[in-house]
Design a protein around this ligand. Sequence first.
Ligand SMILES: Cc1ncc(COP(=O)(O)O)c(C=O)c1O
Length: 192
Amino acid sequence: MTYNFDKITDRAGTASVKYDLRQFIFKNPDVLPMWVADMDLETPDFIREAVVARANHPIYGYTFRSESYYESIINWLQKRHNWKVEKDWILFSPGVVPALNFAVLALTNPGDEIIVQPPVYFPFFTAVKEHNRHLVYNQLQFKGGKYSINFDQLEQQAQTARMLILCNPHNPVGRAWKKDELSRLADISIKE
Ligand SMILES: Cc1ncc(COP(=O)(O)O)c(C=O)c1O
């Protein structure tokens, strides 16, 4: 299938957070809303067709997560990332932001320290603060035209922190962390 990444699709009037809330959020309807990772690329036909086919069934009853649901995730991770995951490792979440909140509640206690790496998408902060955990800032460093992790500071902070919420790819700095950076992060997490 070929994709047209140059096509501009007007989203005005679709209750779009990115466009229809510009005046409310920025007090300016002309701002370029690059704060949220909300795609302007059209959803491919085969996905839309599957959604429409399901919607055409006249009964919208309760459903469960079928074998094909799990298989599609397992096969994707195997094919694209050469990563073999087991079915019972997969948990449902209605989105990434709800998953951040669930993880904070499930894996930490009130008062625990949780590290985030600013500048970062704002729900990373609220997921910590709204559950009465303590935010620890491992500020990213801007050097040589790109952002990197301050590992020296992180090693100190990891001695008392209970969790780190990693943003990868990072919004807004645009980094996809390299293997050596992720390995170093994993080593610190295991050690401390
Ligand atoms: C880093 C990051 N994580 C998560 C989200 C939102 O994820 P979801 O819609 O799955 O909750 C965004 C949206 O902009 C984001 O930038």
